[in-house]
Design a protein around this ligand. Sequence first.
Ligand code: UDX
Ligand code: UDX
Length: 464
Amino acid sequence: MKIKNICCIGAGYVGGPTMSVIAQKCPEINVTVVDLNEKRIEAWNDEDVENIPIYEPGLSAVVKEARGRNLFFSTDVDEAIDKADMIFISVNTPTKTYGIGKGMAADLKWIELCARQIARVATSDKIVVEKSTLPVRTAQALKNILENTGNGVNFQILSNPEFLAEGTAVDDLLNPDRVLIGGDIDTEKGREAMRALVDVYGHWVSNDHILTTNVWSSELSKLTANAFLAQRVSSINAMSELCEVTGADVNEVSKAVGMDSRIGAKFLKASVGFGGSCFQKDILNLVYIAKSFGLNEVADYWEQVIIMNDHQKRRFAANIVKTLYNTVSGKKIAMLGWAFKKDTNDTREAASIYVADYLLNEQAEIVVYDPKVTAEQIYADLDYLGSRTGEENRKLVKIVNSAQEACADAHAVALMTEWDEFLDLDWEAIYNKMLKPAFLFDGRKLLKKKKMVDSGFKFYAIGN
Ligand code: UDX
Ligand code: UDX
């Protein structure tokens, strides 16, 4: 079976880049990405390819090559579903904010709506691929909906979790460590569907990097991978606090530990806390699943990763207040970086949001500069927390267009995102424009202590 038409529901951080790369690498397959959000689709179709809604290094070039050739962005969901042989579901699955499992479980509302829409529209056999990260056994729910509300056509459900990291999405898609495909390996139709998806990736990924499993293993592997990665960050962050009281330097500890090939060097960088749309959501999801099976020790074990992460964000903010003589009321604090990591304009669960909220509760005034995040997004993030009115947020938080502007007349600078451009700033000039004594809090261990102290700053970095 050869796939000719692919549809992807959800033109977000996962659907957009993933489909762009599939279209680039499979010129004979038509790929249509649909989304309910008209503004987002309009932006994907913007004549100037630099205006696509997601910032990812290298992505605009891929879109430029494929868009209009075999890559299309549209709001006509029904038409795209109808035409497709293979439908990826890549809609968001946020943590539930209501009802049972509030604050823990994944909200599957959008997934179910997609399934019902596919069932209603489809008049030919379809392979439905779960791209969104889902709780284990969601595929079964999808299958029930599709089969019970559909028009009698055959649906095969595959799980194909995405492992790309934002900021390196294009490279991760082009050179994946592995592609994971879960399906119904016990039936011929199931195996056929899996082969069809293997063939799509086979255009550019070698076979030994494509792993096929049963659906449940695939769904659980995604949650497990994110839990393990986040756990490493929480582990080193726990050590960062111990380093600060003992005089060890967490970067040195991290290097020494990471050189043990059994441990490995990646994901051992201490920080003000992990953010992003996945780690927290997926671990909470895992905790909820474990609890729902009565596995309380398993649940508690993983929950500790989140507890440590929340502690790290709070600790960083509390340290700013303590260092500034126990009061930041009326003081201006510059925050450099708002995105949850460099090279993305995504701010979901960014540590900066929580640190800013903490400081605003202490009546600080905050000035933010981020190279890629819009003012609109920053205010939306703060408004969403609901700690104060939108009007108050706009009064207390200013957003500016350069690091220099953010730091002028500030009492302190908090470095929140490890954007490369912060490395090259003229820190001495920045120091000279600040109120004295001027403090620099490095939440990313980006800057060198000696250089900062030589520039005049009272310098604090996570973990030393
Ligand atoms: C993805 C995954 O799907 C999620 O499970 C994973 O854990 C994180 O990454 P992401 O692409 O980052 O989500 O989400 P987002 O950027 O919010 O994109 C989702 C898109 O789906 C949005 O543009 C939204 O408008 C769209 N959507 C949502 C629909 O088109 N239809 C719906 O019914 C719901
Ligand atoms: C993550 C997974 O890496 C990816 O495989 C999955 O598909 C989605 O979730 P993402 O959230 O985009 O990707 O970024 P990632 O690079 O994993 O960073 C997550 C957070 O951890 C960031 O806030 C980052 O700054 C932080 N981090 C990462 C650290 O604080 N220290 C590290 O050593 C690594």
